[in-house]
Every structure is written in C-alpha cells, then in structure tokens.
Design a protein around this ligand. Structure first.
Ligand code: XMP
Length: 511
C-alpha cells in the first residue's frame, strides 16, 4: 500500500493513477488524516501531493514532522516538496518569477534512485509560484532548472524525496519512470496489484459501507452506470435495485441488450426494473422542435419516471451513481476530492428520491480504468467499449420534431453505419460516430419513381477530450458502402451526407 496525502492539488488523482499503473495499490487520504491511522495502515510509501497554498502561511495545510520520522519513504510533489522542506527546517519563499509549463530540468545527483535511468537533461511540467530557496538539513539538491535552484532534493539515507515539478503529468517526459523508481525501487513495492485487486477492495468497501442496506441505481446502459451496477451486484447482490428507463430514444436493440446483460436472464445478481416509457416520451415530445426544450422535456421526464419507480420501491439507504473521476474534475471539485461529494451525474435527481447517502464506487477511476473493471466483472466487450451516448439519446440526433417513425429511421441508419465501421476495423479508432436525421426532405429518384424523402447525416469525430474535435478521415469506399446500404435498406431515406465540420464551430451532436 502507498498512501497519497491530498493537499488539494489539481493533479492528485493523476498521482494515484500513475501509482496504479506501476501495479501498486494506493489510497488517497486528505492531509487531515491522523498520523496514528497512517501508522496503523503501515504503508510502504507516502506521497504528498501539490496544493494551492503557501506552506509558510499560518493556516495552510500542513502535517506533523513525525511523518518524516517513521522510516517510511516519503515523496513530496510541488506543495508536498515545499512542505517537506519547510517542516524539516529548509526555507520556502516567493521568488520574483514563478514557473509554469514545460521546463528543462537538469539532474545534478547522478546516483539518485528516483532519477535512475533518466537523462541528465529532461523536460518536466512546472506549475508553482513559491520555491525552495534552501533545502532542509541532511538534504542534497538533486536537480535544478534555470529559474529554480531546487527542482528536486533528497535525503537518501532517510528515503525522503522532494520534487518541485509534476512527474504525474504526461508533459514530464520521464515522469512515469520517476514515480516507478519511487514506488517500485525506493519503497520496494512488489508490483503485483492489478484491476482485479481494485474489484476485490471495492467489493469489500461497498459491503462495509452498505451493511444490509438497500441501494438504488439508475442504469442507463452506458459504460459507467453498467460497471457500477456490476460492481455493486458483486458486492451486495439483491440489495441492489437497478432502474433502467427505456425512453425510446436509445440506439437500435439497445434496450434489449441492456436487459440481456442485467435482466433476470443475465449474469448479474440484482433486481432489474425496466420501464418502457417510449410512448410517454413520444407524446411529451410531439410538436416540439426547439432543441433546448427537447432536452429539458427528456431530462424532466426521466426524473418523473424514476421518481415513480422509486416511490414503488420505497425508502432506500443509498442512491448509487456511476460518477467517475473526470466528472468530478468537470464539475470543478478536483481539489481534495476525497472529502467532497459531487452530485454531478444526475442533476437534481437526489431531491426526488428518499435515500440517506450517495455511493459512488467508481469516483477515483479514469475511463480506461472503468473499462478494465468492467471486463474484470464479466460485462460484455461491446458494452464496455461503447462510445459515449448522450443522456437525451436520439432526441438530439433528430433535428426538429421527434416521432416514432423518425426514431426508427435513425436507429436503422445508425445500426448500418456502426456495422460497416466495425467491419472496416475503424470502431476503436474513431472516438464517436453516429447517424443523425436531418429535418430536410429532398427529391430523388429510385426505380424510375420520384421520391421525396429524408436526408441522413453521418458524423464521425476524432477527439481526446470531446471539447474540441475533428471530422474523422473515413475511407471513401466505406462511406460509399454505408450510403448505399442506408438508401437501399432504410425506408424513408433518399440522401446521405457526411458531416465534415470540426468542433468548434460545430458541436459533436446536432442539437
Ligand atoms: P457536443 O455535442 O456538446 O458533445 O459537442 C460533446 C460530448 O458530450 C456528449 N453529450 C452529452 N452527454 N448528456 C450527456 O450525457 C447530454 O445532454 C449530452 N450532450 C452531448 C456528446 O455525445 C459528446 O460525446
């Protein structure tokens, strides 16, 4: 076990993730944790994260000096490095200039264990205003930059290491090796921890927290809520009830696929409730064309349906959510996240359900880690690797009024598109792709007859964070094949467009 002590830095979860990547188990605790608890856990190493404060100010987060006298290796990063120096008798001040962004760092201590195998000059990611002016007694300077005399310092004998930059950030080119050197080398962690150990630990935690209580989860069929359902099911079986609302705006056969995995004939032990609310949604959406209004109706109707089901179930002890770490960052709750609750995933929902506490078993994981957990739990690959699908579903991929007929057209066209993309082996390269139904009809000719039918738009984007995106470069033959199959197989369509727009100025979805 390695303990990450969180001082409120923006990269603290990333530190934990990098440690996990070294196949070493770690847990994050707030810096407020009592030293006796740390001693009881007997960790092999401790990492102090960055943070926004100045360690020499009176009310800044700090830690008792005893932490550095336990004989346990400690690595301080950024604020953590400064705090280590400050507490042990070094000097931290505010220089004239701070350092931000990619910076060249020169390694001075050639035999440093943390920098083993790292070139004497390498690029690191700096983000600090304060700096270490003088190291604490017993420490040696291990690295510097042009503006920072102490970019790293260490007391090798006591296994105390201070790094001013951020090895956890990918811009620090050899950061992974540095953290590996610390946890696997200095701390001598064996490195036999894998995602199955995450599952085991999470299951134990859930059992302890839930006891014999009841848990309710809104299952959307997306990756996160599905993995949360699988994990909770493994931990507490039928104490978990999943409500799956089929709003009639899912992709083709998706409702049945979700039911096949989580329903009574599936492999998971839980109570599964499927609500077929298609007609309800279609009638609410009839005649509505304004995109924001459509979104609002779909969102509100979801709350209403869920609320009705929750009432039938009665009071529950926990409401589970598939919140994952990037959701927490996006809702601006990154710092010291271990002590902050986020209700980001289901806006407003908690007000409508009678529950005592929220449980979020995936809140420390990144998306690719969630997928690994999903595979570990035996959730089928096509579900685990599903592309993102918006909450309002096909409702925002049908421009203008939503009707049952249009839903069917877009479902069929989209299924063909996905099938062909998979056949061409492109499905894991393109981050998101789908068919949408434009609200445009045009004249065509089919079998000597005049047609006046809808145009389908194909969208495919490459993106890292979904904030910006570019149209994917799909081979023309693939597009042609998709076009010809859609026109031939989907009634009501006589034209197919490929959307070349990047984001910005376009968005990924159409509404
Ligand atoms: P846009 O269209 O804003 O989409 O470029 C960016 C990403 O977000 C997804 N998206 C949503 N996801 N609820 C969601 O859960 C929504 O209301 C929603 N709207 C867009 C979209 O699919 C894309 O991945």
């Amino acid at each position: 076990l390695v303990i990450v002590l969180d001082f409120g830095g923006q990269y603290n979860q990333l530190v934990a993730r990098r440690v996990r990547e070294c196949n070493v188990y770690c847990e994050i605790y707030s810096y407020r944790i009592d030293i006796e608890k740390i001693k009881a856990m007997n960790p092999k190493g401790i990492i102090l994260t960055g943070g926004p404060n100045s360690c020499y100010e009176a009310d800044s987060p700090t830690y008792t000096k005893e932490l550095f006298e336990l004989g346990i290796p400690v690595l301080g990063l950024c604020y953590g490095a400064q705090l280590m120096m400050h507490v042990l008798g070094g000097k931290v001040t505010k220089p004239e200039v701070g350092e931000y962004g990619k910076t060249e760092v020169l390694i001075d201590k050639k035999d440093s264990k943390v920098f083993e195998g790292v070139e004497s000059s390498t690029t690191c990611w700096m983000s600090h205003f304060d700096y270490i002016e003088r190291v604490a007694p017993g420490f040696e300077i291990a690295a510097h930059t042009a503006d920072c005399p102490v970019a790293a310092a260490e007391n090798a004998e006591k296994k105390l290491y201070a790094i001013q930059f951020h090895p956890e950030v990918l811009h620090t080119v050899r950061g992974k090796e540095m953290l590996y050197n610390f946890v696997r080398g200095v701390c001598a962690c064996s490195g036999d921890w894998k995602m199955d150990a995450f599952v085991e630990n999470a299951v134990a935690d859930i059992r302890e927290k839930v006891g014999d209580g009841k848990v309710l989860l809104a299952l959307s069929g997306g990756v996160d809520s599905s993995v949360a359902a699988g994990l909770l099911s493994r931990a507490i079986g039928k104490q978990l009830t999943c409500v799956f609302v089929d709003h009639g705006l899912l992709r083709k056969n998706e409702g049945d696929e979700v039911e096949a995995v989580f329903g009574p004939k599936g492999n998971f032990d839980l109570n599964f409730i499927r609500v077929n609310a298609q007609e309800r949604y279609y009638s609410k959406l009839a005649g509505v064309t304004e995109p924001e209004q459509k979104r609002k109706i779909i969102g509100e109707e979801f709350i209403r349906v869920f609320e009705e089901e929750a009432k039938k179930i009665g009071a529950v002890d926990f409401l589970a959510q598939g919140t994952i770490y990037p959701d927490i960052v996006e809702s601006g709750l990154g710092g010291e996240s271990a002590v902050i609750k986020s209700h980001h995933n289901v806006g407003g929902l908690p007000d409508y359900v009678d529950f005592k506490e929220i449980i979020e078993p995936l809140r420390d994981l990144f998306k690719d880690e969630v997928r690994k957990v999903g595979l570990e739990l035996g959730i089928p690959e096509d579900l685990v690797f599903r592309q993102p699908f918006p909450g309002p579903g096909l409702g925002i991929r049908i421009i203008g009024e939503v009707t049952a007929e249009k839903v069917q057209i877009v479902q069929d066209a989209d299924a063909i598109y996905r099938e062909e993309i998979a056949k061409a082996g492109l499905d894991r390269d393109i981050n998101q792709y789908f068919a949408a139904l434009t609200n445009m009809r045009s004249v065509g000719v089919m079998g000597d007859e005049r047609t006046y039918d809808y145009a389908v738009a194909l969208r495919a984007v490459k993106t890292i964070d979904f904030m910006t995106a570019e149209a994917a470069d799909i081979p023309f033959e693939v597009l042609q094949k998709v076009m010809s199959r859609i026109i031939n197989e989907v009634k009501g369509v006589n034209r197919v467009f490929y959307d070349l727009t990047s984001k910005p100025p376009g968005t990924i979805e159409f509404e």
